[in-house]
Design a protein around this ligand. Structure first.
Ligand code: BTN
Length: 253
C-alpha cells in the first residue's frame, strides 16, 4: 500500500515510546543533539508529564502526549505566538470531532470544551549564544482518557468522555501534525491570520475577568491579543496592561 504523505516536515520522524517520564525532556535532548525541525516524540504514558508553571500533567494511557521540535526564525519575545499557534491547531483538530459543542481556548493556551480542559500546550526554548536555537512544543490532549484523579475531575475532560466513543490516536496525531504544519508554514509570512483565529477562539475577549499574578489581583476586560501573543487588558481604572502567559485570568460571574 502506498502511504500518502500528509505533512512535509512535521512528524517526518516520530519517536514512539510506551512509557517515559516526559516527552518534552526526550525532545529537548534530541534537539540539543541536533535533531531536525519537525521531529516528534510521542509516548503512550508519561510518569512525570510537565505542565505550565511547573505543574504536573496527568498523562495516563489513552491520551496523546506529544513533543515537537521546532527551529523557528523568531526571537524569544515571540514564543507566546507559538503557544497560541499550538492551541489553535489543537482546537481546530478537536472541533470537527464534536457534536453540538464548540471548543474554545482559555488564556493562555488551555483547550476547553464546556469549561473543562481537554488539552494544553507549552513551549520551552533554549538559548544558544543569545539566539533561539530550538523550541519544544509540548502538547497534551486527553483523547481517550477514561478517568481523572479526584482533584482534576471538576476541571478536566477527555474527548471520549464528552462524545462517548474512542478516537484513533494515530489519526488524531496525523490531523494535528497537518494542522500544525499548515499554521506554522503560513506564520512565516505573517502572524495576522493566527491572531485573527485566536480572537475568534478566545471567548474571554470583552468579558469581565479577574487577573491574578502571585503578587496582585485586578479586575478588567481583555480587549485584544498583541503582535507578540500577549493579552492586552483594560483594567477597571481605565489603565491598559499587557499580560503574558504566566498570568492567569478567570471569568467573573
Ligand atoms: C499545560 O499545562 O496546559 C500544558 C501541558 C502540556 C503537556 C504535554 S504532554 C506532552 C508534553 N510532555 C510533557 O511533559 N508535557 C507536554
Amino acid at each position: 500500500m502506498i502511504k500518502k504523505k500528509i505533512t512535509r516536515i512535521f512528524g517526518r520522524k516520530i519517536y514512539h515510546y510506551l512509557k517515559v517520564d516526559s516527552t518534552n525532556k526526550i525532545a529537548f535532548h534530541l534537539a540539543q543533539k541536533g535533531e531536525a525541525e519537525g521531529t516528534a516524540v510521542v509516548a503512550d504514558e508519561q510518569s512525570k508529564g510537565e505542565g505550565r508553571r511547573g505543574s504536573w500533567w496527568f498523562s495516563p494511557q489513552g491520551g496523546l502526549w506529544l513533543s515537537l521540535i521546532l527551529r523557528p526564525s523568531l526571537n524569544f519575545s515571540q514564543i507566546p505566538l507559538l503557544n497560541i499557534l499550538g492551541a489553535i491547531a489543537v482546537a481546530e483538530t478537536v472541533e470537527p470531532l464534536l457534536t453540538h459543542r464548540s471548543v474554545f481556548i482559555y488564556w493562555p493556551n488551555d483547550i476547553m470544551i464546556d469549561e473543562k480542559k481537554v488539552g494544553g500546550v507549552m513551549c520551552k526554548s533554549s538559548p544558544e549564544k543569545g539566539k533561539l536555537s530550538f523550541v519544544i512544543m509540548g502538547i497534551g490532549v486527553n483523547l481517550n482518557v477514561k478517568e481523572f484523579p479526584p482533584q482534576l475531575q471538576k476541571e478536566a475532560t477527555s474527548l471520549s468522555l464528552e462524545e462517548g466513543y474512542s478516537i484513533s490516536r494515530k489519526l488524531f496525531l496525523e490531523l494535528l501534525l497537518r494542522k500544525l504544519e499548515e499554521l506554522y508554514t503560513c506564520s512565516n509570512g505573517s502572524w495576522l491570520p493566527i491572531l485573527e483565529k485566536a480572537r475568534i477562539l478566545f471567548p474571554l475577549l470583552g468579558k469581565p475577568v479577574k487577573i491574578q499574578t502571585p503578587q496582585e489581583e485586578w479586575l478588567g476586560y481583555p480587549i485584544d491579543i498583541d503582535g507578540k501573543g500577549n493579552l492586552i487588558v483594560r483594567l477597571e481604572s481605565g489603565v491598559q496592561r499587557v499580560i503574558n502567559a504566566e498570568t492567569s485570568i478567570n471569568l467573573v460571574r
